[in-house]
Design a protein around this ligand. Structure first.
Ligand code: CAA
Length: 404
């Protein structure tokens, strides 16, 4: 049975810090961040935004764009590593804000940045298993990436959400049933229960990512081996390759490793041409938004569909998902003919209405954190986090909150 992503919609907070300003404040050359890491700006949430409002905004827009009644959703999974409660899942707040009906399985999943893919694969299996009922699953990957001020991880923060409607009539991406997986217990990136900012062994995390890519891609390539001609690379059959992108340069490192594993080696010229054609086009959005953890790979997908859905319809792409700790998966998908008419996926809209902030404003926003509060008059999200009363989180619609 064909199953895949019927619609996809991305949302990022409208406030963003340009990385050259951060570099100046931290006394490092701007090129280290803009070229060395490949990041140009990172989205910064307001106090009235949290992972619930980001997820709900992406989810509401996805359902509207797809023309799907929220009450027909049979499964809602929110993937995040920025949960707001140790017990109550982000998904149940989103369930209410979107007006999804009571006959819906809903929960939150976590495995660092891999959570979005875990949710997507589970939802696809659920659709396959419920083929006679023709119900949709809604998967939302949403995160706010936070590292300590002044730490090496600071320039790799960001925030955003991507919602994906999963069903039997994909207009965005047919998902392959086969994938290559790699898991092992490593301490490369983690966030103990009492901490707001992540801890990371940065250089080691890059090695863990590349090792996991090697394992997952080898496993996938072994499945495809019978179909490959002698000496043919699997990459030669892909029109684009999208990677989890904590910072765009990570995708560049990953692609070099992929070519080495696929072809038993590569040259600088082959790598440069392959990176330019297959990888670079999908990275523009994340270079402007920063790391969105679970949503990062799917921001790349939303951006690719918005920019090249028409040109790539009928073509096969590769996707690599990595979650620290770690679990990784390499899989492929085909853009259906409907990808040509999919239209906006929220990436351009998120970037168009942006307000660039300076370093003191960014530091103030980080210091305040998500206390809840009023949305500014030009707020672009659909929902606001009003605050905590009696240990309970209060959410509302942004327009109603503004009018109050
Ligand atoms: N001009 C141009 N480039 C420069 C430069 C300059 N003046 N100065 C330095 N650079 C280059 C360096 O050569 C280096 O590039 P290469 O890796 O290609 O050699 C790059 O800029 C970064 O420099 P450093 O390695 O010195 O940077 P750093 O010590 O500040 O740390 C980091 C970089 C480890 C990625 C850090 O930002 C970090 O810890 N980030 C968070 C962890 C992370 O994102 N890990 C990724 C894998 S884990 C994962 O994917 C899960 C997840 O989402 C967290």
């Amino acid at each position: 049975m064909s199953v895949g992503i019927e619609h996809i919609y991305a949302y990022a907070p409208q406030h963003a810090l340009p990385l050259p300003a951060l570099a100046e404040a931290r006394g490092v050359p701007a090129e280290k961040l803009t070229q060395g890491l490949g990041v140009r700006a990172m989205a910064v949430p307001l106090p009235c935004e949290d992972v619930v409002t980001l997820a709900a905004t992406a989810g509401a827009r996805c359902l509207r764009a797809a023309g799907v009644d929220p009450r027909t959703i049979g499964m809602l999974v929110v993937a995040t590593e920025t949960g707001v409660d140790h017990s109550k899942p982000v998904s149940i707040f989103v369930h209410e804000l979107l007006g999804i009906g009571p006959h819906c399985r809903t929960y939150e999943v976590k495995h660092a940045c891999y959570g979005g893919t875990a949710a997507l694969m589970t939802a696809a299996d659920w659709v396959r298993a419920n083929r006679t009922k023709a119900r949709h699953a809604l998967v939302i990957a949403a995160d706010i990436a936070r590292y300590a001020l002044g730490s090496p991880g600071e320039p790799t923060q960001g925030a955003g959400a991507v919602a994906m409607l999963v069903g039997p009539e994909p207009r965005a991406l047919f998902l392959s049933e086969e994938s290559g997986v790699h898991a092992s217990n490593v301490y490369d990136f983690w966030r103990p229960l009492d901490r707001r900012e992540a801890l990371v062994d940065g250089k080691y995390s890059i090695d863990c990512y590349l090792d996991a890519l090697t394992g997952a891609f080898r496993a996938f390539r072994d499945l495809e081996r019978p179909a490959l001609e002698e000496g043919e690379g699997l990459v030669d059959r892909l029109a684009r390759v999208l990677y989890h992108a904590p910072f765009p340069k990570m995708a560049a490192k990953a692609h070099r490793r992929l070519l080495e594993v696929d072809r038993g080696g590569t040259t600088d010229d082959l790598y440069a041409a392959s990176y330019r054609d297959l990888v670079a086009p999908g990275l523009e959005a994340v270079s402007q938004v920063g790391n969105t953890y679970t949503a990062s790979l799917y921001f790349c997908l939303a951006s690719l569909l918005e920019d090249e859905g028409r040109a790539l319809s009928g073509r096969r792409i590769g996707l690599f998902s990595y979650g620290s700790g770690c679990c990784a998966e390499f899989f492929t998908g085909v853009l259906p003919a409907g990808a040509a008419t999919l239209g906006a996926t929220g990436v351009r809209a998120s970037l168009a209405g942006r307000r660039l902030i300076d370093v003191p404003t960014y530091e103030q926003l980080l210091h305040e954190g998500e206390q809840g509060g009023r949305a500014p008059a030009d707020f672009t999200g659909d929902f606001v986090f009003a605050g905590i009363r009696d240990d309970r989180r209060i959410y509302g619609r942004a327009r109603e909150a503004l009018a109050a």
